[in-house]
Structure formats: structure tokens, C-alpha cells
Design a protein around this ligand. Structure first.
Ligand code: DGJ
Length: 721
């Protein structure tokens, strides 16, 4: 993988040092030149002859690089740089300049797939170093990049900007596919050509950081990539707080991508010898379109990042939309029976089970007071856990431990634990405030909420961790340096999650944030799944899940069947099956056949879920471009798969007039396709008796026969031996 000449434990500068970061298909080639400036000389598809990387820059005839550092691997500022820096500092002596020079690099092969490269840079004028880290995943074509900043000056240094990564790409144009949203409108994509100057993707929301904009993005090089064609980079910051990604098209027409923590309101005072480690910037490059990039990212996530990514998940019945805050023990006893009747694994009790002085009967009170509400649950959670066991199902619970309602005992007791400005009025998001996780006492409290639940109820099997508010009036009553607030909040959150996972390593937890306001790979290290959106209208979900699937594997996507939308129960359930299936409906209100359909669908799901969770995902027909959406999940052996097909345009006579071209099959194998998951009493127009070669199915296709009377069609494709 990495050429033998640089497989040395560490290297010092020769006249020109070339440092390749190579994965199966790609190469990011760095070079420390004679002046010890470290720059990117190539980023793209791997060359067959690695000695030719040194020739790459010679074939470009762009306008001069006056600074000699347009392609810097980590751009400093205050010396000769003229563009957006990756790092900006004020030294202990008040000087604002930084010039980072290559010192050495070190390569560690962690295993056959993973290699960690570190490169030390140092300012010759100051005792200030930055170490760049590149963790590369060979098979997956994924790179994780971060930096560590340290100094030994005679006093503190202020970091004004401290990016994780600084990429440099050459191309004939760049097309940014970015995402925006709001509550119930998460992951709306828009694509535009990047013009000269800087486009910034960022958030300043602190918690629930992705509400308006997630950090995930795609950049196509030369022309907009399609599902199966074109060069495209997928990027994301693994961070649950404020992020900032600058995409700068410079005067030479190169693209510089600088990503890291948002430095907004956050100059960081770094003490001598203190290490500042940035979060990880994650990227994958594909020269065969978005589909390959997404499959690489998904398998990387399952193999390395998502908690229990290769494991299993629990199907569940949630009571949020079935009851909202209005429930008691006898109602819940009925729901536990319904959980069993439906055939799912677990009952998830949502918001509203706690607080006594200010009972949680709505979203205006009670957050922070995590003891069972005596009126609703006189016998406590433990009796519900037992009752669940009596029904042979598991029990899970909702919490929102970072939050507090001003109407709560917690607020009365610890007003100094709350994030607010001392001289200003409080301002609320969903009638609540954030607890100050920069304060270790608050960290203990939040850990204690989870720990207390498990200590009292060891059989508790699932946690839904919600986070419904953004940070207004960012200020901590105890933090010495207020400009560290946003950073210390996230550190505090991760400290708590670390403690939880040290004690409870395997219990499944859902990452929820008033819908999909907090989804990123730093958090998913601690969570088994996330909640994409409160919008569970299946038509909307087809689009939303489509976009999420570019970055996150289906096993992580909690999809619930609810009463949102106008579609029949089959449509709603089929859409929810394209991930981790759950229900949030009143089971007792289901018509007989609807109930029968759901019960059967759960059995079908239990059979096909290994393919959905661990298989390769192929987007066959894009709902944005066609009247039919089609998505295939195929197992690793290319022998068994599931195809989900939906009508997404309800105009007169619209149907799947053209066959859908399948992907990811073995051209030489023969396959049989049959419809599964039929509604009781209906039969399929697809006769599963014929077999087709993979070649035929990928060149001519298959027609799922989607039309206004068959709006949702699930097909099972199976190799015929
Ligand atoms: C927001 C979540 O997204 C919902 O699923 C639900 O748990 C509510 N919060 C409860 O307050």
C-alpha cells in the first residue's frame, strides 16, 4: 500500500521529502520542499508509478503562486500567506505571525487496513509545533485528519483559528452539494458551482448544532458527479458542536477546503505544553460517483466508528406520538401488551415520565427532575421493566439530560448550573435552557441521570438521548475563560459519554435532537443509531433517508412508522424498513388487516434486516429525478438483496413505465425476483417464476410495476443456483 521507500518508522528532511497517503484507489501526496514548506502536490486517483508524483506540478501552467504556499498542507497566517488560514495565533510575546516548517514524519501501520501518519511542523522563530495526523483506511478509501497544537513559549498563546484539516484540490471547477434544514425539514440538499472566494458552511448553535446545517457535504470536481460517474469528495467534521468549513476557490482556480471547530466567539488560550487536539475531519474521495463514496463511508462507519456497527439492533414500539405526555401505568401496561402483540423487541417510553413538584405534563416544566412522576407511575420504572419482561419484551426510556426547564427543582437548587448571561434575561428554546456541561459538577449530574437509571433498573435495555434546545446566551457561571465555553461544552459532553460507555459499553442508545439536530461521527462513537427527523411522513422520509444514506449506514437510521402522511400503512412501514425499524402508532387503533400486515412485516423485516443493515446500498432511481424511487441493498456475496420501490409522483397515470436498472449484481449469476411484504388479501402482479442473469438486470433492468394501486413494492432478489 504505502511505497516501501517511506515505510520507515520516522523520517527527517531530505532535499525534497515526498509523503504519500495512499488508499486502495486514491493518493494524497504531500511534499516538504527545500524550504521545508509542506504542501499538497497531488490529490486524486492513485498513479501506477509513484515516482511520477513529483512531476505533477510541472504540467500545470497556472498564474504564479507569489507566496509559495497556496497548496500548504496547513496554512499559517501573519507571515506570507494571503488566503484563508488553517491556523491563526498570537504568540506569548504578542506577535501574530506563524510559519510552519516540516520537521519529521512518522508512519505507523496499525493493521492491514489502517495506517496512521503524523507529520511534525514547527515555527523556526517560535517554540510552536503543529502535528498533522492522517489516519487512512485502505480498503474504504477513507481518511481521517486532525491536528495537535502545542507550544513551549514563555506564557500563553492565543489560538484564533485552529482547523482540523486543510485540503487542496486542482480541477476545472467545483460543485458543492450542501445541506440545510430546520425542525422536520432536515437534510435538504442543494448544489451550486463554487465561485471564487470563500463559501462557508458552519453552525453557531452550540448544541443541536446541525439544526440548520450539518457539517456533511460533497464536492464534485470538474463537473457535478452523478450516482455512478464523476470525481467527488464527501467530507464531514466529526464534532457535535460548532463547526466551520471554508471552501475557497483561489485566484489560481484551486479549491482549498479548511474544516474544523468554528472559531466564532472562541479564541482559545493555550498554556505552555498544553496540547490542543482538534476534532477529526473525515473524507472519502471517489472517481466513480457518489454511490461508491457512500458505500465506502457506510462500510467504514460500520467497521470502525458507529457503536456496534456490525452488530444487531432492536425493533421497537415508541409511545411519543401515541400518547404524548398523557399516560399512566395502566395505559402503559396496554402498550406493553401491544409491543408483544405487534412482535417488536422493545417498548420505548418517551418524554413525560418524570418530575413531581413541576410534573412533566407538557414541555414547559420538569426537565432536570429525573425521578418518576408519582401520579403517572406510582410503582416506578422498575415495575414497568418487570411488566415488560412479563410480556417478553424489553424496556427502554427517553431522557434529555443536558437540559433544564426553569420550572424545575433542579433549576431552583442550582441556578448556577444553567447556561445564561448573568446580566441578561433568559431566552428559551422549547421553554428550556441548557445545563452547563463545562462544569464538572454538571457532568457528574448528567452521568448520574443515566447511571441512576441503570443502577435502579439493571434490565433497562435502551436509551433515547434527546437534545431539544440550542445554546442562547453562551456563558458559564464557573468557567474561567468564557471564550472556551463552546469547546468545553462539547468536551464535557464527550467526557460524560465516555464515562457512560466505560460502565455500560453495549446498551443501545439513540442519538436524537428534536429530530435530527445532532448527527455526526464523533457522537456516533457512543450511539448505536440516530433519529433523522421528527418528520416521519413516509413520502418526505424517502427523500430525507436518501440524503442521509450518502453519509450514514442504514443500520444507524431509526425509522418509525407513525401517523404522519397520507399513505397507507404498507407504504409507511416499507419506508421505515429501509433502516432500523420502529413504530410509534396506537396499535389498538389499527384495523384488523393493518395489524396483520404490521405483524407479518416485522417477521419479513427480521429475515431481511441483515441485508439492510450490513449489505451494500445502491441508489437505483432518484426520487428527485424520477416518479419512482428505488433503493437496493445487496449482500456482500452478491447473492441476496432487497429492492424498495415507491411511487413519489401522484399525477394521473404515472407509473414505473421504464425498467429500473439494478446495480451491484454479479453479471454471470442468475437471479429470481419476487415481491414480498404484501398487504393481506392482495396478490402481486410480479410472478417470481422467471430467472434473469445479473447482466440482463444491470443492462435492461427489472420493472417493479409501481403504479397508483401499487405505490410501494418490496422485491427480494435471490441468486438461483
Ligand atoms: C423531540 C424528539 O425528536 C421526539 O421524538 C420526542 O422524543 C420529543 N422530543 C419528546 O419531547
Amino acid at each position: 500500500m504505502i511505497s516501501a521507500s517511506i515505510m520507515v518508522a520516522s523520517a527527517k528532511l531530505t532535499a525534497q521529502t515526498i509523503i504519500p497517503i495512499e488508499t486502495q484507489n486514491n493518493a494524497l501526496i504531500l511534499q516538504a520542499d527545500a524550504d521545508k514548506d509542506l504542501g499538497t502536490i497531488y490529490f486524486g486517483k492513485k498513479l501506477s508509478n509513484s515516482s511520477e508524483y513529483s512531476q505533477v506540478l510541472n504540467v500545470f501552467k497556472q498564474t504564479p503562486d507569489y507566496t509559495g504556499m497556496l497548496n500548504s498542507a496547513y496554512t499559517g497566517s501573519g507571515s506570507r500567506n494571503l488566503l484563508e488560514p488553517a491556523i491563526t495565533v498570537t504568540h506569548a510575546d504578542g506577535n501574530n505571525s506563524l510559519d510552519l516548517k516540516y520537521v519529521s514524519h512518522d508512519l505507523k501501520k496499525i493493521d492491514d487496513d489502517v495506517t496512521l501518519l503524523s507529520i511534525v511542523l514547527k515555527d523556526p522563530a517560535y517554540n510552536f509545533t503543529v502535528t498533522l495526523y492522517y489516519k487512512s483506511y485502505y480498503k474504504e478509501d477513507v481518511v481521517e485528519q486532525w491536528s495537535s497544537i502545542k507550544h513551549n513559549e514563555k506564557g500563553n498563546v492565543t489560538l484564533h483559528k485552529y482547523a482540523s484539516a486543510n485540503l487542496h484540490i486542482k480541477g476545472a471547477g467545483y460543485y458543492l452539494n450542501q445541506y440545510h434544514g430546520d425542525w422536520a425539514k432536515e437534510m435538504q440538499s442543494e448544489e451550486s458551482k463554487l465561485t471564487h472566494g470563500i463559501k462557508t458552511l458552519d453552525t453557531k448553535l452550540g448544541t443541536r448544532a446541525n439544526l440548520f446545517q450539518p457539517s456533511v457535504f460533497m464536492v464534485s470536481v470538474n463537473k457535478p458527479a452523478t450516482e455512478d460517474e464523476g470525481t467527488v469528495l464527501f467530507g464531514a467534521l466529526e464534532y457535535s458542536g460548532n463547526f466551520r468549513t471554508d471552501l475557497e476557490v483561489d485566484y489560481q482556480d484551486n479549491l482549498r477546503i479548511i474544516s474544523g471547530i468554528n472559531n466564532y466567539a472562541s479564541p482559545y488560550t493555550l498554556k505552555p505544553n498544553e496540547e490542543f487536539v482538534t476534532p477529526v475531519f473525515l473524507y472519502t474521495l471517489s472517481t466513480q460517483g457518489k454511490g461508491v463514496a457512500s458505500r465506502n463511508l457506510q462500510s467504514w462507519a460500520r467497521n470502525y466508528k458507529l457503536l456496534d456497527g456490525k452488530g444487531t439492533r432492536l425493533t421497537l414500539l415508541n409511545n411519543w406520538e401515541a400518547t404524548y405526555f398523557d399516560f399512566n401505568e395502566s395505559k402503559l401496561a396496554g402498550l406493553l401488551k401491544d409491543t408483544k402483540k405487534l412482535g417488536v423487541d422493545l417498548f420505548l417510553l418517551d418524554d413525560g415520565w418524570f418530575a413531581n413538584k413541576y410534573p412533566r405534563n407538557g414541555d414547559v416544566a420538569g426537565l432536570g427532575d429525573w425521578e418518576e412522576n408519582k401520579e403517572k407511575l406510582p410503582n416506578g420504572i422498575s415495575s414497568l421493566v418487570k411488566e415488560a419482561q412479563n410480556n417478553s419484551v424489553k424496556f427502554g426510556i427517553w431522557i434529555e439530560p443536558e437540559m433544564v426547564n426553569p420550572k424545575s427543582v433542579l433549576y431552583e437548587k442550582h441556578p448556577d448550573w444553567v447556561v445564561k448571561q448573568p446580566k441578561r434575561d433568559e431566552y428559551y428554546f422549547r421553554n428550556q435552557l441548557i445545563l452547563d456541561l463545562t462544569n464538572p459538577k454538571v457532568q457528574d449530574f448528567v452521568f448520574g441521570v443515566v447511571d441512576g437509571l441503570f443502577t435502579k433498573n439493571p434490565d433497562l435495555a435502551y436509551i433515547k438521548w434527546d437534545c431539544n434546545a440550542v445554546i442562547y446566551n453562551a456563558h458559564s457561571a464557573t468557567l474561567k475563560n468564557q471564550s472556551h465555553f463552546y469547546i468545553e461544552y462539547v468536551r464535557g459532553l464527550y467526557k460524560v459519554l465516555e464515562r457512560i460507555r466505560a460502565k455500560y459499553p453495549t446498551v443501545p442508545m439513540m442519538l436524537c435532537s428534536g429530530g435530527g439536530g445532532r448527527v455526526d461521527y464523533a457522537a456516533l462513537k457512543y450511539f448505536t443509531e440516530f433519529w433523522p427527523s421528527d418528520n416521519t411522513d413516509p413520502l418526505e422520509r424517502i427523500f430525507m433517508q436518501w440524503e442521509y444514506s450518502y453519509f450514514y449506514p442504514a443500520i444507524a437510521s431509526s425509522n418509525h412508522v407513525t401517523d404522519w402522511g397520507k399513505q397507507p400503512i404498507k407504504f409507511r412501514t416499507d419506508v421505515a424498513m429501509m433502516g432500523k425499524l420502529g413504530f410509534d402508532i396506537v396499535v389498538s387503533h389499527l384495523k384488523e388487516n393493518d395489524l396483520k400486515y404490521c405483524q407479518d412485516a416485522i417477521k419479513v423485516y427480521n429475515e431481511i434486516k441483515p441485508i439492510i443493515w450490513q449489505g451494500n446500498q445502491y441508489r437505483l432511481s432518484n426520487p428527485k429525478e424520477s416518479s419512482v424511487a428505488s433503493m437496493l441493498y445487496m449482500d456482500e456475496n452478491k447473492s441476496s438483496g432487497v429492492i424498495f420501490n415507491y411511487l413519489v409522483n401522484y399525477r394521473y397515470g404515472v407509473n414505473s413505465s421504464l425498467p429500473i436498472l439494478l446495480k451491484g449484481l454479479d453479471a454471470a449469476k442468475k437471479y429470481k425476483i419476487e415481491e414480498i411484504n404484501l398487504y393481506p388479501g392482495t396478490s402481486s402482479s410480479i410472478k417470481g417464476d422467471k430467472s434473469y442473469t445479473g447482466d440482463f438486470l444491470m443492462k435492461v433492468g427489472f420493472n417493479p410495476d409501481v403504479n397508483s394501486s401499487r405505490t410501494s413494492v418490496i422485491l427480494k432478489i435471490e441468486e438461483v443456483k
